[in-house]
Design a binder for this molecule. Structure first.
Ligand code: FAD
Length: 118
């Protein structure tokens, strides 16, 4: 029997999107080239324009206008993105993430937890 697969609802889309975005930031270069910096800024601008949840995209665009993408280094990008995600968490009444590189790398790059080992 065929399994029905439905289009994503905004929460599922959000979880998948944050997974991609934080993981991408976690592996961004420590010392990006000028081209990499501008491509990353353009990527987030396009994402904020085309993110397929209109009310999410509106707020994300406004937040990027207020606090432009910080892509000068891996740490700058991870911290900027963490703050962007926390703005959404705050709006939705979700717990805030403690944004520091130890926590972010543990969650999104390489965990020391035995349960996370391959
Ligand atoms: P999520 O918020 O999806 O988080 C996934 C995991 O990320 C968490 O389990 C936690 O381990 C980790 N995490 C949490 N906070 C941080 C952080 N600050 N830094 C790093 N890691 C963190 N939904 C709406 O209803 N309204 C909106 O306006 C809206 N705007 C959005 C804008 C963007 C750009 C994106 C990508 C998503 C948006 N969403 C919005 C979706 C929303 O953020 C959540 O993804 C969704 O509600 C599911 O939440 P969740 O509790 O599963 O965890």
């Amino acid at each position: 029997k065929a399994v029905v697969q439905c289009p994503p609802k905004s929460a599922e889309l959000g979880r998948s999107s944050w997974t991609l975005l934080h993981t991408m930031a976690a592996w961004y270069p420590d010392q990006p080239t000028t081209q990499q910096k501008s491509r990353m800024a353009n990527f987030f601008q396009a994402l904020a324009e085309f993110y397929p949840c209109p009310w999410c995209a509106d707020d994300f665009q406004q937040n990027i206008d207020k606090t432009p993408v910080q892509a000068d280094s891996r740490e700058d990008l991870c911290m900027w993105l963490c703050d962007q995600h926390n703005r959404v968490n705050k709006k939705l009444g979700k717990p805030l993430f403690d944004c520091n590189m130890t926590n972010l790398d543990e969650r999104w790059r390489k965990s020391t937890n035995p349960k996370c080992q391959p």
